[in-house]
Design a protein around this ligand. Sequence first.
Ligand code: FES
Length: 333
Amino acid sequence: MVWSTPRNAATLTVSAKEDIAEGVVSLTLVHPDGARLPDWTPGSHIDLVLPDGTTRQYSLCGDRWDAHTYRIAVLREPEGRRGSPLSERNREPGGGSAYVHDRLRPRDRVGVGGPRNHFPLAPSEKYLFIAGGIGITPLLPMVYQAQLLGADWQLLYGGRARASMAFREELTAAYGDRVHIVPQDELGLPDLAAWLDTPRPDTKVYCCGPAPLLAAVEAACAGWPPYALRVERFTAAARTAPVRDTPFEVELRRTGRTVTVTPELSVLEAVRRAGADVLSSCEQGTCGTCLTPVLEGRPDHRDSVLADHERAANDCMFPCVSRSRSDRLVLDL
Ligand code: FES
């Protein structure tokens, strides 16, 4: 896998804040000096470090060819548990989304880490994009990209009500009947069976939304070819027990130290105690921040980021949640 994991957050300025749907605001972020921002690709997210110190992850949903601005969309979650497809991992009540909605103003400065992309758009002639609510945000740049490349694509976009569905008008105006809007209060839930019951080997399915939607799409795609479906989760997937409940060793090849990881320690804690500098954010295996290259050994992957074929490669892991199958892991730390 190719990952971009910047170690330092940049300081950007909020240049615009706009209500774009019921309970959803968009933020436009620019460099204070008007400088160019790091490139990104559809599916990327940034870490937003708010002035009150909280950090949240939000998908970039603007124009990737505009090198000077980032756009994100933030759903208000009264309990502060969800602000975007990536931020439910942040569990503090009254957290990031309330701050963004109530206190953040144009001209405020925020910290921005990334962009990182663990939901990249793979090449395909046909795509089916399935969005639930604010889960539209990572899919929006994918739709633009698919259109730009002349791919055959459809978007199935479900939401609580039309007024709550961000970018609905923009999408339908630009793409007409490629976009299928399904407000639950008018039409009920999207008819996934009609869309997914027949596997289509030439089509890739990208889905982002709440856990019940992802579970339903995963079940409906069970008969599809391997790797046809990619999802981005609001929350960490349910984790089974670790493969082993005995200690194992982790060698930090570059640091030249070896640590023993006991069952009550995470690999992240253990390597930090050994002096390794590993950046983390969610510590639930969803954001991708702590990605660490694996040189030897077999990780027990327990994250919600990697696809099956990426796990099978055993060349990287997320030490905040993942552990080891083998007696020894060698990490590039
Ligand atoms: Fe988020 Fe490890 S810190 S995946």
